[in-house]
Design a protein around this ligand. Structure first.
Ligand SMILES: [Fe+2]
Ligand SMILES: [Fe+2]
Length: 177
């Protein structure tokens, strides 16, 4: 997605949220189908894509926000909000690592598929609120306050992270990228 300096807030990460929602829906479908191999592949893809998105936020977006010149009171509020978002990220990764381990160890047994779906439901609920906070309070902030050239550079770095698929997905055509 091309950066348009005249149309903030940027939609790159918001569009990625929508793609991730689609991949999570695919994972639920695969878990429901009872096909262990397909369930593993779907959950693995969602995990990889969410990890890439989180990496873009941790490495580039959040530091850019932390470097903005806030008044002290706003700075404290922003730091608290970012720490909560980081804590959500840790929760998502912990749950997904556990889900992948379960699916791998149990090779798609019914109990593993059910337990994985339950774990993913918790991820889905927390992710919905998390993404709403980012889209309404975080993403607009950085693009409205950064000079256009810095915003464009930030956009490029984040775009690289969210399209840089791990090598194990080299042949995948399901990413929509
Ligand atoms: Fe996030
Ligand atoms: Fe996000």
């Amino acid at each position: 997605m091309k950066w348009e300096a005249q149309s903030p807030p940027d939609l790159l990460l918001t569009a990625d949220h929508a793609e991730l929602d689609g991949l999570l829906a695919d994972a639920f479908e695969a878990l429901k189908s009872g096909n262990g191999e397909q369930a593993f592949a779907s959950v693995d893809l969602f995990w990889a894509r969410l990890a890439m998105h989180i990496r873009a936020e941790h490495l580039h977006l959040f530091p850019a926000i932390e470097a903005l010149p806030f008044a002290a009171a706003d700075k404290a509020k922003t730091d608290t909000m970012l720490n909560e978002l980081r804590s959500d990220h840790n929760f998502f990764m912990r749950e997904l690592v556990a889900a992948i381990k379960l699916l791998r160890d149990e090779t798609g047994g019914t109990a593993a598929l059910t337990a994985t779906a339950e774990g993913l439901r918790q991820v889905k609920d927390r992710l919905a609120l998390h993404n709403e906070i980012e889209e309404t309070r975080v993403y607009p902030l950085v693009y409205l306050r950064l000079p256009p050239d810095e915003a464009a550079a930030l956009h490029s770095k984040m775009e690289f992270e969210i399209t840089n698929m791990p090598p194990r997905f080299a042949d995948s055509t399901e990413t929509g990228l």
